[in-house]
Design a protein around this ligand. Structure first.
Ligand SMILES: NC(=O)c1ccc[n+]([C@@H]2O[C@H](COP(=O)([O-])OP(=O)(O)OC[C@H]3O[C@@H](n4cnc5c(N)ncnc54)[C@H](O)[C@@H]3O)[C@@H](O)[C@H]2O)c1
Length: 381
């Protein structure tokens, strides 16, 4: 088997880790499409990269050409930061729904297998149920329109339903994946000065607080429960799905680690402990509570708990290998050691690309930026 895989939005956190993993197996040629390549260049420092600098909203013909050449199309391109859902909700819909519809249409036209990234957020709130979220049974419960944070979930859910309908019509082969809080290297950049605009996901938020000696802020007391999944486990599951695409065709898969469930408040305490043990024994590690409105602005609401049922993906032979302590031990050490890179890293998909620092302080093989990684065949660069 030798497959051409095209991750759209493959320059991001999940995409760069997936591209690295697929290339590493020797079974795939990977052509990454994105508007940014800084995470990818860090991850693939010593590997050649076929990178296409393309905004998928801008050039349908170029997108169609790329899809035509692929065996597997992976759709990751999206706005993913909760702060963006609150501040720029229309951009979230434009990329996460409308631009992705073009990707779906191109896969149908060219008869290509689509691995589409949905999200655990499509399930919304638990409605008081203690049951885990099941792909084919659980209701999707979102808050009122005025709480426009749900626009991300709603756009992703709409796309899941459209893809499903194309499958019913017999015109699209696909698998949909719903990641449950993947974390790991390259997730988001550090923020020396926090603002609502420059507001990464919880891992980089807490790491920024620890590194720049600010209090770790728990939104509404940090009572929400999440199941954090180490990126290497997530990427193993994704490759398994690609490898078994005939078997998984037209199905939805949760990918998550229910054994790693924690409240955000307990996560903050764990990260303080790990940071003191591995990075700075004198870190203050102050933790305080803030309101959702003051942290995100109006329109915020959150899911109380996201617990996956993973029996479907387990049926393919997958099981997560990293427990909560090991997952965050790796993350904390990684952020501490790679502070210089992570300060300069792109923070949001709409930010202008930033130059990388000339050299690294990393001891990790994959963290050396290099001029050797190249851009090829960029249709609009
Ligand atoms: N990380 C998680 O835990 C998680 C959880 C649930 C769902 N997901 C989904 O997985 C996918 C990847 O998430 P991630 O964490 O890697 O996010 P990310 O922000 O690191 O990656 C998204 C990538 O999409 C690219 N992109 C955005 N708009 C684009 C456009 N118009 N044209 C080309 N590229 C564009 C961005 O530049 C970015 O590199 C997303 O679809 C997200 O919704 C991730």
């Amino acid at each position: 088997m030798f497959l051409q895989a095209i991750p759209l939005g493959g320059g991001g956190f999940v995409g760069s880790n997936l591209a690295y993993h697929l290339s590493d197996t020797g079974d795939y040629s990977v052509r990454v499409v994105d508007v940014h390549d800084d995470k990818l260049r860090l991850k693939m420092a010593n590997n050649p990269i076929d990178f296409v600098d393309l905004d998928i909203r801008s050039d349908r013909d170029a997108l169609d050409d790329l899809v035509r050449q692929a065996d597997v199309v992976v759709n990751l391109a999206a706005h993913v930061h909760p702060s963006a859902f609150l501040i720029r909700p229309l951009e979230v819909v434009e990329t996460n729904l409308f631009a992705s519809l073009e990707t779906v249409a191109s896969c149908i036209r060219n008869r290509k297998f689509l691995l589409h990234f949905s999200t655990s957020e499509v399930y919304g709130k638990t409605g008081g149920s203690e049951e885990p979220f099941r792909e084919d049974e659980t209701d999707c419960i979102l808050g009122p329109i005025g709480n426009h944070r749900w626009i991300y979930s709603c756009a992703k859910q709409m796309l899941d339903r459209i893809i499903h309908a194309h499958g019913l019509a017999g015109e699209l082969d696909y698998a949909i994946v719903r990641p449950f809080n993947f974390v790991g290297p390259l997730m988001d950049g550090l923020v020396p000065r926090w603002t609502r605009e420059d507001n990464p996901r919880v891992l980089a938020n807490f790491m920024s607080a620890l590194i720049y000696d600010r209090p770790l802020e728990l939104v509404n007391g940090g009572r929400s429960r999440r199941c954090f999944t180490f990126i290497d486990d997530g990427v193993d599951a994704l490759e398994l799905i690609i490898r078994n695409r005939d078997r998984v065709n037209r199905q939805i898969f949760n990918i998550g680690n229910p054994g790693n469930e924690t409240t955000i408040a307990d996560l903050a305490r764990l990260m303080v402990r790990l940071y003191r043990a591995h990075c700075d024994p004198k870190a203050s590690g102050e933790i305080r509570t803030v309101s959702g409105d003051s942290f995100y602005g109006p329109g915020y609401e959150d899911c109380d708990r996201r617990l996956p049922d993973i029996s479907k993906i387990q049926g393919l032979g997958w099981a997560p290998r990293h427990d909560l302590e090991e997952t965050f031990r790796r993350c904390v050490i990684y952020f501490h050691r790679n502070r210089a890179h992570l300060e300069s890293m792109l923070k949001d998909a709409t930010s202008p690309s930033r130059a990388l620092p000339p050299s690294g302080d990393s001891d990790e093989r994959t963290m050396r930026p290099t001029a050797a990684s190249g851009r090829h065949g960029s249709p609009n660069s």
